[in-house]
Structure formats: structure tokens, C-alpha cells
Design a protein around this ligand. Structure first.
Ligand SMILES: Cc1cc2nc3c(=O)[nH]c(=O)nc-3n(C[C@H](O)[C@H](O)[C@H](O)COP(=O)(O)O)c2cc1C
Length: 168
């Protein structure tokens, strides 16, 4: 066995951090709702499962998000796990607000949760808690219904691109 020296006290600049964080692959979800008759939503790769009892998931939202202050007003939020063919949809859901749902088939619950009909898993959620976390806020969502709609491969986000990548 050899024991090397792990360097500490590095200058953790954001570019370097983003590259390091990007090495860890993730899926992508759409978080969406209808608020005051408007479809509102965004793509998020920070989604993760948290707890079975109570059933909780989370995602992190940048504190600069212009969409979140409106989205959080909805009593229920829909979360859709995107499929591998949803790369253009994910980009669209992160692009100009007015076109985010153009051409996308959605389902809406009575409480305003919006899901994509061809997603892999669909969750009806409410906000359980919001935890300040640096330049992001961790949003804990409580699940009220779950639908496993499809068995296709998921959309994977890795090294700031879709699909698994050997190098940046
Ligand atoms: C694949 C992908 C993953 C994303 N993941 C997140 C995320 O986890 N958290 C976040 O705040 N924004 C994420 N974004 C950016 C948002 O979708 C959106 O573009 C951003 O919130 C700016 O729009 P807004 O000001 O309307 O919120 C992601 C974008 C893409 C394309």
C-alpha cells in the first residue's frame, strides 16, 4: 500500500468546480406547474431521491432563477424524469421562457402539477421545505403520486453534455 499526499487548501474557482461536479453523471427532470393559467417550468439535473418515509425527493435551484419565484407559488409541482430522446426538450425547458412548452405534450392535475406525458416517471409533489445552500436553494419535495410510465433509457447529463462522456 502507498499513502500519497492529498492536496488541501486549493483555490476552488467556479470553472474548476463545475468541471469536477460534472464528472458525476445525473439524470434530468422537468419541474413544472400551471400558475395563473401559464405553463411554468425548467430542466434540472440536480434531482435526487431523498427519503422513502415520508416520500421525499430534492433538486437545487439557482438563486438567480427567474422562474422559481413563480413556480413555487403553485400548490403542487409536477416532476418528470426525462427519457434519452428528450435532449432537445431539456434544452427547450432551460431556454427562453415563452417557448419552454412549445410542442410538448403535457398532463395537468387539478392542483396545477404539470408533467410530460412521454416521461419515464411522473411525480405529483408539494414543497416540503426549502433549504438555503450557498448560491442555490435545496428544494425538498413531498411525493403524492408516482407513475412509472415508460421503460426507455433515461436522459443522462454528464460533463455539461447529454450522454456519458470520456472527456470534457
Ligand atoms: C440539463 C440541464 C440541467 C439543469 N439543471 C439545473 C438545476 O439543477 N438547477 C438549476 O437551478 N438550473 C438548472 N438548469 C437551468 C434551468 O433549466 C434554467 O435554464 C435556469 O433556471 C434559468 O432559467 P430561469 O431563470 O427561468 O429559472 C439546467 C439546465 C439544463 C439544460
Amino acid at each position: 500500500m502507498t499513502i500519497g499526499v492529498f492536496p488541501t487548501n486549493q483555490d476552488l474557482d467556479p470553472v474548476r468546480l463545475r468541471q469536477a461536479f460534472g464528472i458525476f453523471p445525473s439524470g434530468v427532470v422537468a419541474v413544472a406547474a400551471e400558475v395563473d393559467g401559464e405553463l411554468i417550468g425548467l430542466a434540472a439535473s440536480s434531482f435526487t431521491s431523498v427519503s422513502l418515509d415520508p416520500p421525499l425527493v430534492s433538486f437545487s435551484i439557482a438563486n438567480t432563477s427567474k422562474t422559481w419565484p413563480d413556480l413555487r407559488r403553485s400548490s403542487h409541482l409536477g416532476v418528470t424524469v426525462l427519457a434519452h430522446h428528450h435532449d432537445a426538450v431539456a434544452r427547450q425547458l432551460a431556454g427562453p421562457v415563452a417557448q419552454r412548452f412549445d410542442g410538448i405534450d403535457i398532463a395537468r392535475s387539478d392542483e396545477g402539477a404539470v408533467t410530460l406525458t412521454d416521461g419515464l416517471a411522473l411525480f405529483d409533489t408539494t414543497i416540503h421545505d426549502e433549504v438555503e445552500a450557498g448560491d442555490h436553494t435545496i428544494i425538498l419535495l413531498r411525493l403524492h403520486s408516482v407513475q412509472n410510465a415508460d421503460h426507455s433509457l433515461p436522459l443522462v447529463f454528464h460533463r455539461s453534455q447529454f450522454g456519458l462522456r470520456h472527456t470534457a
